[in-house]
Structure formats: structure tokens, C-alpha cells
Design a protein around this ligand. Structure first.
Ligand SMILES: NC(=O)C1=CN([C@@H]2O[C@H](COP(=O)(O)OP(=O)(O)OC[C@H]3O[C@@H](n4cnc5c(N)ncnc54)[C@H](O)[C@@H]3O)[C@@H](O)[C@H]2O)C=CC1
Ligand SMILES: O=C(O)CCC(=O)C(=O)O
Length: 389
């Protein structure tokens, strides 16, 4: 029986993916975590934990280096909520360009008998601008950014894209009318609207700060639906005061930016649609099931990707340091127990390596000895023996 612990609201449709080999929230020493935004950066991790799966995109709430050394595989659910974010960005671009929030507030206050007269007199206050023909810079062209770029083109906008690490998958998705530039400054300098869709990491912290804002056009509208800290809010407040930024729109509020009419804050709801939450939970649950039952690491964030057909009675999976002679030592320990290796795969990702070894059946005594001997090798983070079902 596998144990899964969930954090945050995980959609029921995802939980329904688990069959009766899985128990949910019944153990304090689970095999898998299924999470959303819970902050695990200062957490301890149970001994048996083998995988953390983030139903969603951002994994900056997981201490990747630490959990890798504990042999815990980290996954997310790429693209599961990208359409939800795209639709919110499109909605807000229109709302802000057409002064919808101010117009709504005005209309709610003007419900007296003379409403139509006053409306005709006052409505010019809410004259907006159209998006057609305006330029938008999309910083980060992954699952979300590529959809935003394509949607903006469909609204008749001119789109400039910047992404120095664009994957070939993402490149295929992007309409060839998106103008790709090589520096962030090229993207920022021409744009009426700037929107940022990058992961939060050391490189992207303060990606948009004073220098970058200086390069933007006066009156620019800026979006941060990525993470708190990718846009430096101190620089934004200054730029709003100087009217350099006409509007800032973000999913990540804090007192510094609140209560300003030029700032729109939503409460981290970019991915909060019924569809996206279900999709993320289903994708997340399937990822847990697949990793626990096969050891395959498809789109793993901290381990190299290995996917091989599981056709033998047992599979040994080992997460270990990427140093010389590890595979040699594993083979020797396995041979010493008179177990024949039928298939093997090894790959490395930076400082960590992953080895999958497929073998024939063996008894419980051999299993115990095998686990002990491989665990004793210096540099091994986690060993598992998976029984074929
Ligand atoms: N507000 C919300 O509810 C949501 C927020 N997010 C946030 O948005 C981020 C992006 O999401 P996805 O598009 O799904 O991720 P993704 O991984 O598909 O795309 C991220 C893109 O950013 C690019 N990138 C990385 N560093 C960059 C840099 N320095 N400059 C320019 N581009 C860079 C990558 O090459 C990649 O193409 C997530 O990491 C998450 O933090 C995602 C979904 C929902
Ligand atoms: O609703 C959520 O779980 C947050 C979505 C998000 O920020 C992400 O997927 O990175």
C-alpha cells in the first residue's frame, strides 16, 4: 500500500485517480506529497518520502537541493494551469485598458433617477484604449508565455518575445509572427504592455527592477503573474509615482503596493479555475502513480529523465551522486548476490545521477541484503526495489 499526503486544496478529480493500492492522508510517513503552494522551504521531510509533486508550475516552494540529497524526486504538472493564467491576463489587459474597474465603481454609486443624464455627461472619464495595434513584450515563452503571446496576436497586438532558454517544444507552440529578441532590454523598450512569465530562481529575482523599468516606455502597463520578487515592488512604486508605469497588475500582493488606484492585485488566482485545478490534480496524481510504480522520471525537475519499459520481475532504482564508479559498484553488489542484470540505464543531471537496473525475481532475504549493501555505498541518496505488478 502506498501512502500519499496532500497539502492545499487538491481537486477531487485528481484524488479519484488513486486506486486501492493508495491511501490518502492516512500516514505521517508517506511515500508521496501532492502539493500546491505550501511553503516547504523550512520543512523536515519524512524518511520514506520518495516524491513531491506540485500540482501546478512553480516549484520555488520546495528546497530542491536539500530534497535531492534525500533522494526525493520533484515533479510539477507542466502546462496544467497555463490556459487559466492566459485568460486572466487577457481579461485584465482589457479591463485595465478600458478602465472597467473605475467605470464599475462609478456606475454602482450612480443609481439615482438622473442616471442616464449623468452617465452621458460623465462617461468620457472612462474612455479607454484598444489593444489592437499595441505592442506587448512577453518575458518567458514557456507554457504560459507562449499562450499569452499567441492570444495577444489574436487580439491584433504586436508581440515581442524574450526567452533565452526557450525549449524546442515551446518554440513549436509559438506563432511565427511573435518577434523574438535577444536581450530583455530590446523587449522592454518598445512595449506598451510588459508581462513576465518566468520561474522564480536566483537569476529571475528582481528581473524587473529600476534599470529595466527605466528602459520601458512612459505609461507602460506591467504584469507580474509569475511570483512575488520577480518584479521589485519598490522600483514599481517609485515608477508609478513618477507616472512611468501607468498600471501594475499582479497576483502577489503586499502592503507596499496596496491601496493605489494604479495597482490591481488579485489573490494568487492565476491558476484558480475548476478546469486547471482538476487538470493539475489529475496530472499530479498520475505522476505519483507512475513514479512510485515504475521509477520512470518523465519531466522530473531534479533528476535526469529516464523512461524504460518495466518488463522484469524487479526494478532497482538508485538516486546517487554523479561521481565515478557508482554503476560499477552497484553491478558488483548485485552480482555478489548472484542476481543477473537484465537491463540497465544511467543518466546524470548536474551533481545528481539516477540508475535503473531491471533484474529477475529474488526472495526477501536477498532483497534485505541488496538494500543494505547498496545503501552502504558512499554517495547513494536513495535505493528502492519495485516489484512488477
Ligand atoms: N499566478 C499563478 O497562479 C501562476 C503562476 N505561475 C508562475 O509562472 C511561472 C511560469 O509558468 P509556466 O509558463 O507554466 O512555466 P514554464 O516552465 O513552462 O515556462 C517558463 C519559461 O521561462 C523561461 N525563462 C527562464 N528564465 C528566464 C529568464 N531569465 N528570462 C526569460 N525567460 C526565462 C524558460 O525558458 C521557460 O520557457 C511559474 O514558474 C510560476 O512561478 C504559473 C502558473 C500559475
Ligand atoms: O493555485 C495554485 O496552486 C497556484 C498556481 C501557481 O502559482 C503555479 O502553478 O505555479
Amino acid at each position: 500500500m502506498y501512502q500519499v499526503k496532500t497539502f492545499n486544496a487538491i481537486a477531487q478529480k485528481g484524488l479519484e485517480e488513486f486506486d486501492d493500492e493508495f491511501q490518502i492522508n492516512c500516514s505521517d510517513d508517506p511515500d508521496a506529497y501532492l502539493i500546491r503552494s505550501v511553503n516547504l522551504l523550512k520543512s523536515d521531510f519524512p524518511k520514506k518520502l520518495k516524491t513531491i509533486v506540485r500540482a501546478g508550475a512553480g516549484i520555488n516552494n520546495i528546497p530542491i537541493e536539500l530534497v535531492t540529497k534525500k533522494g526525493i524526486a520533484v515533479f510539477n504538472t507542466p502546462g496544467s494551469n497555463a490556459n487559466a493564467v492566459k485568460e486572466l491576463i487577457v481579461a485584465l489587459m482589457i479591463d485595465i485598458s478600458r478602465n472597467i474597474f473605475e467605470a464599475h465603481d462609478y456606475s454602482m454609486e450612480n443609481t439615482k433617477a438622473d442616471v442616464s443624464q449623468r452617465t452621458e455627461k460623465d462617461k468620457t472619464k472612462f474612455n479607454g484604449k484598444e489593444l489592437m495595434g499595441k505592442k506587448i513584450a512577453v518575458i518567458g515563452l514557456g507554457n504560459v508565455g507562449s499562450l499569452v503571446a499567441n492570444a495577444a496576436l489574436n487580439l491584433g497586438m504586436k508581440v515581442i518575445g524574450y526567452d533565452p532558454y526557450l525549449s524546442s517544444d515551446a518554440a513549436w507552440r509559438i506563432n511565427n509572427k511573435v518577434k523574438r529578441v535577444d536581450t530583455i532590454y530590446q523587449a522592454l523598450s518598445e512595449a506598451d504592455i510588459v508581462t513576465v512569465h518566468v520561474p522564480k530562481n536566483q537569476e529571475t529575482t528582481d528581473l524587473i527592477s529600476t534599470e529595466e523599468i527605466k528602459k520601458m516606455k512612459k505609461g507602460v502597463i506591467l504584469f507580474n503573474y509569475s511570483r512575488m520578487g520577480i518584479v521589485d515592488n519598490y522600483s514599481v512604486v517609485k515608477a508609478v509615482d513618477e507616472k512611468k508605469i501607468s498600471h501594475y497588475c499582479t497576483d502577489f500582493g503586499e502592503p507596499l503596493i496596496s491601496n493605489r488606484k494604479e495597482v490591481t492585485i488579485t489573490p494568487h488566482i492565476g491558476g484558480s479555475t475548476i478546469e486547471a485545478e482538476s487538470k493539475g490534480a489529475i496530472q499530479g496524481a498520475d505522476t505519483i502513480i507512475n513514479y512510485l510504480k515504475s521509477g520512470d522520471t518523465i519531466h522530473c525537475a531534479n533528476l535526469p529523465n529516464i523512461q524504460i519499459p518495466f518488463e522484469t520481475a524487479r526494478r532497482i532504482t538508485i538516486i546517487h551522486q554523479n561521481i565515478p564508479n557508482m554503476v560499477g559498484q552497484f553491478s558488483t553488489k548485485i552480482a555478489n548476490l548472484n542476481i543477473n542484470i537484465e537491463n540497465m540505464s544511467n543518466a546524470a543531471k548536474n551533481l545528481v545521477a539516477y540508475t535503473i537496473i531491471d533484474v529477475a525475481a529474488f526472495n526477501a532475504t536477498k532483497q534485505k541484503k541488496l538494500l543494505e549493501s547498496i545503501n552502504a555505498i558512499n554517495g547513494v541518496y536513495k535505493v528502492r526495489i519495485i516489484k512488477h505488478q
